[in-house]
Write a protein that binds this ligand. Sequence first.
Ligand SMILES: Cc1cc2nc3c(=O)[nH]c(=O)nc-3n(C[C@H](O)[C@H](O)[C@H](O)COP(=O)(O)OP(=O)(O)OC[C@H]3O[C@@H](n4cnc5c(N)ncnc54)[C@H](O)[C@@H]3O)c2cc1C
Length: 559
Amino acid sequence: MAVFEHDVLIIGAGLAGMRAAISAQQEGADVAIISKVHPVRSHSNAAQGGINAAIGPEDSWEDHAFDTVKGSDYLADQDAVEVLCQEAGAEVIAMENMGVIFHRDETGHLGTRAFGGQQRQRTYFVGDITGQALLHVLYEQLIKHGLRVYEEWFVTDLIVEDGVCKGAVVMEIRTGQLSVIGARAVIIATGGNGRVYEPTTNALICTGDGIGLAYRAGVPIMDMEMVQFHPTTLKGSGVLITEGARGEGAHLLNAASERFMEKYAPNMMELASRDVVSRAEQTEIDEGRGVDGCVLLDCSHLGYDLIHERLWQIREIGLDFVGVDIVNTPIPVKPGNHYIMGGIKTDINGRTPMEGLYAAGETACVSVHGANRLGANSLLDTVVFGRRSGVDAAERAKSKEISMPGERYAEEVGKGIQSLLDRPLNGDRVAKIRLDMGNMMSEKAQVFRTETKLKEAVEDLKGIRQRYDRVGVENKGKVFNTDLLFAIELGYMIDCAEMTAVSAVERKESRGAHYRVDYPERDDANWLKHIACTYSPAGPQLSYMPVTITRWQPQERKY
Ligand SMILES: Cc1cc2nc3c(=O)[nH]c(=O)nc-3n(C[C@H](O)[C@H](O)[C@H](O)COP(=O)(O)OP(=O)(O)OC[C@H]3O[C@@H](n4cnc5c(N)ncnc54)[C@H](O)[C@@H]3O)c2cc1C
């Protein structure tokens, strides 16, 4: 066992984590960043469509903020949205200066594409590989600045002494060895939890680890009922077809080849906010106007040249996964799990209610997305609040004398892991429990929700947890024991699923992505508030937090 020490420890090397690391180092802190996969395999790599910013003279941060607040169905905290939109332009330019080659228009200026729920085109992009471009450039910066990267190390526990977070217990995946990393500030940037549902657009690694770690440490987790279902996920696999396709002009068609969005959002059509489009599609499918459980996304009128220049990865996905060439044939899509608006409660500097602990990126809930995130606002969230949390954490680290934790924490975690490994095999498997949970969540906590189904989900999760508490791990070895890691991850996923299901039962109204068939209206009088979950052995304990309103009073939401 080893004990390491740093000023700032960042858990997660996606966009939020790497942006935080670079800014904390620029503030003079000794920074380390840890990731369970190689940093450029972090899930930010999958982001396709782009990043929002109001940069040009025709746009303003206020318009961007209004679109974001309206998109959130007025659940976003408006002080945080103001920060997001005010700092967007500077962040996009900073990323460009670091080396991201954004798309340029015919005049040589940065070019934009349209994205859902926004009055103006303000999405900056790199073809349909924007996340990959950003991630690789930030990784270059990490290397350039010589930051300490614990690559393919896995965080199992936070270390908390007297209510202060002082580091984490970590496992080097290559050797299975446990260590303690002490830190004067810890930033969780572990991304989303999409794999709680099956299928999802998220990678296998998106298992909500950071949300689970913070929850078990007693930190409030907010807005977990707000799960985004993206309107264009591919039939079968659930792979994402970027909203950028509709931004470039693709149409959604039903079985009668009608552009059905005319009925649901006559002004914005296919570019209404995601919750609205997903419900419209599901209604078409449920009422018998779908095509084999899907609707069709038609890009054929966009032409080969545009597709080749801006949507080539989407073309490849269509060819590889369903054998359809989007250049001439519509592709089958349906609403699918994509993003968690909720997460670890933070303020605008990434501080959680626990001293010494920060969170940023998809794992955090600032909350700038409220009940529905606008497309291309998540990459922005990662870099804006990643940077801010890095700066604040570095300042804390420099200004506080904090005693560092010893190796006994790793010993305790080691005992827990050993007892998991010692459990007899009982015929059940981690992968089976995970799949059963994902399918169940997709059925019972989906686009259209009812109290009956949600309560069933809560009950089913009790059974899932009982199975989890008894399941054995087949591989008893130390080296690259992914069997063991999957078992640990499943624990975080069950925590996340419980918070989603319990909060969704609680919220008796329809707002953004949370649509209750039994309470179809938004109810500002009773529910213009956040739901927070706090850990207890009996399950999530619920409390409420006010929504911060600065200048945009709730209005009826139409697209
Ligand atoms: C297919 C797809 C397309 C998208 N397209 C867009 C888009 O065009 N625009 C947009 O704004 N948003 C988009 N999004 C959303 C956006 O990409 C994500 O929300 C964002 O990239 C998340 O970044 P992150 O830094 O928070 O987390 P991630 O990039 O997921 O990084 C998480 C990091 O945490 C590490 N980690 C996790 N658990 C542990 C652990 N226990 N121990 C150690 N390390 C751990 C991982 O290794 C990884 O390094 C898209 C999402 C998907 C799924």
